[in-house]
Design a protein around this ligand. Structure first.
Ligand SMILES: [Zn+2]
Length: 205
C-alpha cells in the first residue's frame, strides 16, 4: 500500500526535522547567505514581472500588521479596562474646565455634525431606523434650497435639519427626508408633515 508508505515516510521526515531543527535552520541560513545575490536578483525580477502581485503582497503585509496592532490594542484595553476608565475619569476631573471649554469650541465649530448626532440619538430613542446623512449630503440639500428655510423661505446662515416625515411618525434620518429649516419654523412644525416636495433635492444627492 503506497499511501501507508507515504504516511510512514512523512512521519519519519517530520521526526527527522524535529530532531535536527537547529542544524537544518543553520543550513538554510548558510545557503541563503551563500546565494544572497541570486536571491535578491530573482526577487527583483519577480517584482518587475508581477507589479500587481507585489503591490498586493505589500498591502496584505500592511493589513496583517495593522490588524495585529489593533487586536493587541483591543486586548490591552480589555485587560486594563477599569484602570483606563479610572485614569480617564481622574484626568477629566483634574482638567474639567479645559475639557468643557474644548468641547464647547468643538461643538460650535461643528454645528452640523452635532445636529446630526442629536437627530440620530433622537431617532434611536424613538426606535426609528438609523441611516447616516453625510456632511456632503447635508451641504447638497442646503444648496438645493439656496440656503433658504423650506417653510418661510428666509435665507439663513444657520439652518437646522428638519424631517419631512417626523421621526416620531416613522420618518427616517436619510437625505430624502431632510429639508433645511430655520430654527423657529423647525420648532413650530414639530411633528407636523411638511408640504415640501424633495424631488429636486433627490436629483442632487
Ligand atoms: Zn423658517
Amino acid at each position: 500500500m503506497p499511501s501507508i508508505n507515504r504516511a510512514t515516510r512523512n512521519a519519519a521526515q517530520r521526526r527527522y526535522h524535529a530532531r535536527h531543527r537547529d542544524k537544518l535552520l543553520l543550513e538554510m541560513h548558510e545557503y541563503y547567505q551563500a546565494h544572497k545575490a541570486q536571491h535578491r536578483e530573482a526577487a527583483k525580477a519577480w517584482r518587475t514581472a508581477n507589479p500587481e502581485k507585489h503591490k498586493a503582497s505589500i498591502k496584505a503585509a500592511k493589513d496583517k500588521t495593522r490588524d495585529a496592532i489593533r487586536r493587541k490594542g483591543r486586548e490591552y484595553y480589555a485587560a486594563h479596562r477599569e484602570e483606563r476608565l479610572a485614569y480617564r475619569r481622574a484626568y477629566y476631573a483634574a482638567h474639567k474646565e479645559r475639557a468643557q471649554e474644548l468641547a464647547r469650541r468643538w461643538n460650535a465649530a461643528n454645528h452640523d455634525k452635532v445636529m446630526g448626532y442629536v437627530h440620530q440619538r433622537n431617532a434611536k430613542t424613538r426606535g426609528a431606523t438609523i441611516a447616516n446623512l453625510s456632511a456632503a449630503q447635508w451641504s447638497a440639500i442646503k444648496v438645493a434650497y439656496k440656503f433658504r428655510c423650506a417653510y418661510c423661505g428666509r435665507t439663513m446662515n444657520r439652518l437646522t435639519q428638519d424631517h419631512v416625515i417626523p421621526l416620531s411618525k416613522g420618518g427616517q434620518h436619510v437625505p430624502e427626508n431632510i429639508v433645511p429649516a430655520c430654527s423657529s419654523c423647525n420648532k413650530r412644525k414639530y411633528n407636523k408633515l411638511a408640504p415640501t416636495n424633495t424631488a429636486a433635492v433627490r436629483l442632487m444627492l
